[in-house]
Design a protein around this ligand. Sequence first.
Ligand code: ADP
Ligand code: MG
Length: 374
Amino acid sequence: MSISVEGITKHFGSFQALKDISLEIPDGQLVGLLGPSGSGKTTLLRIIAGLETADEGRILFQGEDVTRLHVRERRVGFVFQHYALFRHMTVAQNVAFGLDVLPSRQRPSAAEVRKLVATLLEMVQLGHLAERYPAQLSGGQKQRIALARALSMKPQILLLDEPFGALDARVRKDLRRWLRTLHEEFHFTSVFVTHDQEEALELSDQVAVMSAGRIEQIDSPQKLYAQPASRFVFDFLGNANVFAGECEDEVLRQGEAWVRLPERCSASRQQLYMRSHEVSLQSTSASHAYLPLRIESISLVGAEVRLELSPVGWQSEELWEVGITHAQFNSWQPGRGDQCFAVPQVAHAIDADAHTPRTLHWQAGEMDDPAAMI
Ligand code: ADP
Ligand code: MG
């Protein structure tokens, strides 16, 4: 079932929590709402659910206007961050709860409820825990029960508000994978709120990045990462190395450092943003960039070795971060205090007054002698 959000505005007193939000969610998609705390994610989700009313705008499910429908009539499933299971009920009773409270005309028979509960518990792989109480479950198990309960009403729309927020990293990762599988198997349309960019990028077909009550960008994870529409999106989706300077013709300078851009400067003051994998390191400077750095720290982070670097002869508000492979690390054997040079492969140029970053690529010929690459 598709979801259309059309021009939704919401105030709490004089504070505007949502500013003219529009969003199209095709049938069967999993869309992540990603943004910092207070950006309006929960409010938007509650308006889609019918738990909160908007000041202006409409919500449509599969083309049908549900703006004035009560939450019960919208037939959406929810899962919240805090499990909200009933403590005095067993797992099976929790899952059956939504069915047990239906008006008698709609309520399935006790045998049908038992059967459905057993199926749902199998689906979340917790059939063996049916007679336990919530206090006897782990956090991850409780969230799976909460999900089974949400699915008992056979919703075509599932709304999840930071469902894994209170769990530890390992369990979150397992649950993510499992939610994705479930989503593909049952073809519901899901909206998933998170402030964790990795979670949003891994799980979603599309991610809507929210900031201060607006949607900054909605795109596939790949596109958001490769072509951020604003500086906010760029910053929010991960660490950025920044080189800010004065630009003339095509050379951007600051202190002793400079970068020759593949095109003419579009403004006199510019910033180049580079993600850690868009920069390589060399023992000598490249022909298109002179960006000397000193190694401040070296840490082994899973598959890569991450270096923190400080500028030498120029300035940066934050340390730079560049990841290299273990093979590069082993052949180079860098130590703290060593100097090297950053070589931008791809950079995102942001003018002092422009909103949208431009992505710059250097051609192989404009770059350097690969022999010098570390
Ligand atoms: P998020 O889920 O992105 O953290 P919320 O949607 O919960 O953000 O909140 C957005 C803003 O609206 C916040 O500044 C919050 O304080 C405010 N807000 C949310 N709900 C209420 C409410 N019931 N009354 C007053 N202000 C609220
Ligand atoms: Mg929230």
